[in-house]
Ligand binder design. Sequence first.
Ligand code: NAI
Ligand code: MG
Length: 340
Amino acid sequence: MTRYKICLLPGDGIGPEVIDCAVQVLRALPLEWDFIEGGIGYAEYQRGGSPLPEETLQKILSADATLFGAVTTPPNIPNYFSPVVRMRQSLDLYANLRPCRSIPHPSSRTGIDFMIVRENTEGLYSGIERLEDNGNRAITERVITRRASERIVRKAFDLARQTGRKTVHVVHKANVLRQTCGLFRSVAFEVARDYPDITLLEMLVDTCAMELVRAPELFEVIVTTNLFGDILSDEACMFVGGLGVAASGNIGADAAVFEPVHGSAPNLVGTGKANPTATILASAMMLDYLGESHHANSLRQAVETCIASGRTTSDLGGELTTNQMANAVIVALELNLERK
Ligand code: NAI
Ligand code: MG
């Protein structure tokens, strides 16, 4: 049996609770795991002086994949930095993946199953900002490179191919941002020539924001730049269950970090109300990444079985606690395994 080394980064708030649930679920699969743990976030800062110690980055690099809970952003501390942004930059986790898939729950729209592939390293989040004119003029540079555009578009096409999807939408605003979006757009059309089996469609970002509300089922894969992807992916997750179930992955050439979209939810710590589903679905994305798509699909199926039968935490209308919901997923998973 293949053995995988997984780095766990529980972090702050409900992070440790939901990571613990995901670990229990992963252990219920017929796979072998070695779990190591790394420190990240505010509690780690209070303990050792850094919210993302070098040792943690080394642990992530040494693992086959990483599962991350959430961190709390503390009140203004001068030498504090965002460990999430730093982690993405230090490890060059260039692709942010956000699956949007209907769940069998009244709050979710039906027939939706697409992936947003967001460039995660440059664009308007390049970090190049300055003030001029005595603080009366603020400038942020939007950096788009051929290299980063090409690798993110290839990632989108590869994902489309692996998952049997037929279209990729490149989302941009090249009619106004002629240079930056223009480059991103033209690289997308160049890359598309290598994927004759998949159709590249283009859409302006404002049109895309409307179409996502009007007819989200039309999309299969969306690839876009950093800021547009950040906004569209938060918009899209609200059609399919919201923060309790939204998962994401950050993929680079040397490391991959999977996480729930939600934060550390300090209001829920210790109440048993944190929905573990987002982190469990992040684990399913991790299984896909590890080449264990068969197990990833059984896990998603087990989660859907629980949601459809009302075995959920209170945010989805159920009566289960965080741990009870994880156990319900394990029971559904084991029933799936027995049937096969
Ligand atoms: P949040 O995502 O922690 O919470 C927003 C709302 O959703 C709250 O009402 C919370 O109770 C609810 N919620 C969150 N996760 C849930 C779950 N698993 N099940 C059920 N309900 C859930 O965002 P908020 O309140 O803006 O931020 C709290 C802290 O988390 C802040 O310090 C923020 O900086 C940090 N944060 C960290 C992120 C990360 O680590 N990637 C992402 C977003 C926020
Ligand atoms: Mg966001």
